[in-house]
Design a protein around this ligand. Structure first.
Ligand SMILES: Cc1ncc(COP(=O)(O)O)c(C=O)c1O
Length: 395
C-alpha cells in the first residue's frame, strides 16, 4: 500500500470507497500509478475525460488561458464564456445557457429555472417529478431529486418540492402530476442508477404529457451529453426536444464545468435571480470551448457510435459465455455488465490486477465509461482483460 492511502485515511473524510490505486499520470486512454504501472482507463474520471487524458487540445487551452486570464467574475463580459455559449446554442435546440461548476449545480439551476416558470406561468407551481434510481447530484435539493433512499436517508428531512416515481412509466408520471407540478426531470438513460435504458417511446410520451399539461421537461444529460451516447446530446436519439437540458462531465474534458440550457419557453431569469462566482470563468470555458469544438468538428459521437456498438457486441459475447452474467446493457460508450451475484468488487479488483480500470456500479454490476476517443483496439483489449478475469470467477 502506498503512503497516500494512509494519508487519505488520516486526513480525508471517508465518503469514497476508493480503488486501491494512486493515479499520478494519464495520456489518452491510459493512466499510470505511483509505482509506474499502466492501466487502460475505462472509468475516464467517471465519464469526464471525453478526449482522454491530457489531450493536446485540453493542455493547450489550459496553458494559453492560464497565461492570459483565469477569473473575471460574472460582473464582466468574457470571451471564452460567450464563445462556448454560442457554440452550444448553435449546435442544440436551445436558446440560452448558464454555466456552473458541476453537474449537481447545473441541475439546481435547472430546477430554479423551472420554479421560475411555475411562478410566472403556472400560478406558483413548484414541484418537480423525478424517478426512482435516478441520480441528479449530491447537493441537498438534488439528493431529494435523486430517487434513491440510500442517498436521502442520512439527511432527512429532505427539502420539499420533489416527487420520486417509478422509472420508465408514463402512468406513474401522470398519476404524480398535480396543479403544483412545474416540471419533470429525467436522465435519458439512468447512468449511476444502473445504466437503465427506457423503452423507446418513453421520452416521447413524457414530452407529450408535459406539453398537454403546460409543464417543463428537464433532461439531465450531465452524463449522457456531449457525445457519450453516440449523438452530441442524448435527446437527439429519442426524437424529442426538452425545454431544459443540463450538462457537465464530458464537456470540460477534465476541468470542472457544468451548464444548463433552455428554450425560449423556459427562459425566465432576470438580472440578479441566479448567479455564481466561478461559474463560466475564462479558464474552464476556454478548455470546455476547445473540447466541445473538437467533439463537434471531429464528430467524436460517430466514433462513440462505432466503438460503442463494437464494445456492446463483445460484451454480449461474454454474456453468452458466462451463465453468471445476468445482463449487458448500454448505448454509445456507457455500458453496464450485471451479474447474478454480488461479484462486482472481485471483478473490478481482478481487472485492476490485469491493468484495466472499470467502475463498480453496484454490488452486482460494473460500468464501462471510457474516453469517447477510444479505438476498437482499446475496446478489444478491455474486453480481453475482462474476459480473462471473468473466466477465473466461479460464478
Ligand atoms: C446524470 C447525473 N446528474 C448529475 C450528476 C452530478 O454531477 P456532479 O457530480 O458533477 O455534481 C451526475 C454525476 O454522476 C450524473 O451522472
Amino acid at each position: 500500500m502506498s503512503k497516500w492511502t494512509e494519508i487519505e485515511k488520516k486526513y480525508y473524510m471517508p465518503t469514497f470507497q476508493r480503488m486501491p490505486v494512486v493515479l499520478v499520470r494519464g495520456q489518452g486512454a491510459r493512466v499510470w500509478d505511483d509505482n509506474g504501472r499502466e492501466y487502460l482507463d475505462f472509468v475516464g474520471g467517471l465519464a469526464v475525460n471525453s478526449l482522454g487524458h491530457c489531450h493536446p487540445v485540453v493542455a493547450q487551452a489550459l496553458a494559453e488561458q492560464g497565461k492570459t486570464l483565469t477569473q473575471t467574475s460574472n460582473l464582466f463580459y468574457s470571451v471564452p464564456q460567450l464563445q462556448l455559449a454560442e457554440l452550444l446554442v448553435k449546435n442544440s435546440c436551445f436558446e440560452k445557457v448558464f454555466f456552473t461548476n458541476s453537474g449537481g449545480e447545473a441541475n439546481e439551476g435547472a430546477v430554479k429555472l423551472a420554479r421560475r416558470y411555475g411562478k410566472l406561468h403556472q400560478d406558483g407551481a413548484y414541484e418537480v417529478i423525478t424517478t426512482f434510481d435516478s441520480f441528479h447530484g449530491r447537493t441537498l435539493a438534488m439528493t431529494a431529486a435523486t430517487g434513491q433512499k440510500k442517498f436521502q436517508e442520512p439527511y432527512t428531512p429532505m427539502p420539499s418540492g420533489f416527487v420520486n416515481v417509478e422509472a420508465n412509466s408514463i402512468e406513474a408520471i401522470k398519476k404524480a402530476t398535480t396543479k403544483q407540478t412545474c416540471a419533470v426531470m429525467l436522465e435519458p438513460i439512468q447512468a449511476e442508477g444502473g445504466v437503465n435504458i427506457p423503452s423507446e417511446d418513453y421520452l416521447k410520451k413524457v414530452r407529450e404529457w408535459c406539453d398537454l399539461n403546460g409543464i417543463l421537461l428537464i433532461l439531465d444529460e450531465v452524463q449522457t451529453g456531449m457525445g457519450r451516447l453516440g449523438a452530441l446530446f442524448g435527446y437527439q436519439l429519442y426524437g424529442i426536444e426538452p425545454d431544459i437540458i443540463t450538462l457537465a462531465k464530458g464537456m470540460g474534458g477534465g476541468v470542472p464545468i457544468g451548464a444548463f440550457l433552455c428554450n425560449k419557453k423556459a427562459d425566465g431569469f432576470k438580472a440578479g435571480e441566479h448567479g455564481s462566482t466561478f461559474g463560466g470563468n475564462p479558464l474552464v470555458c476556454a478548455v470546455a470551448y476547445a473540447v466541445s469544438k473538437y467533439i463537434i468538428e471531429y464528430d467524436v459521437a460517430d466514433n462513440v457510435q462505432r466503438t460503442g456498438t463494437h464494445l456492446g457486441a463483445c460484451l454480449a459475447e461474454l454474456k453468452a459465455k458466462h451463465g453468471f452474467i445476468a445482463d449487458v446493457r448500454g448505448r454509445g460508450l456507457l455500458w453496464a455488465v450485471e451479474f447474478k451475484k454480488d461479484m462486482a468488487e472481485s471483478v473490478m479488483l481482478g481487472c485492476i490486477e490485469k491493468g484495466l480500470l472499470v467502475n463498480k456500479l453496484k454490488p452486482n454490476a460494473i460500468r464501462l465509461i471510457p474516453p469517447l476517443v477510444i479505438t476498437k483496439k482499446d475496446a478489444d483489449e478491455a474486453v480481453g482483460i475482462l474476459g480473462e478475469v471473468l473466466a477465473r470467477q466461479t460464478g
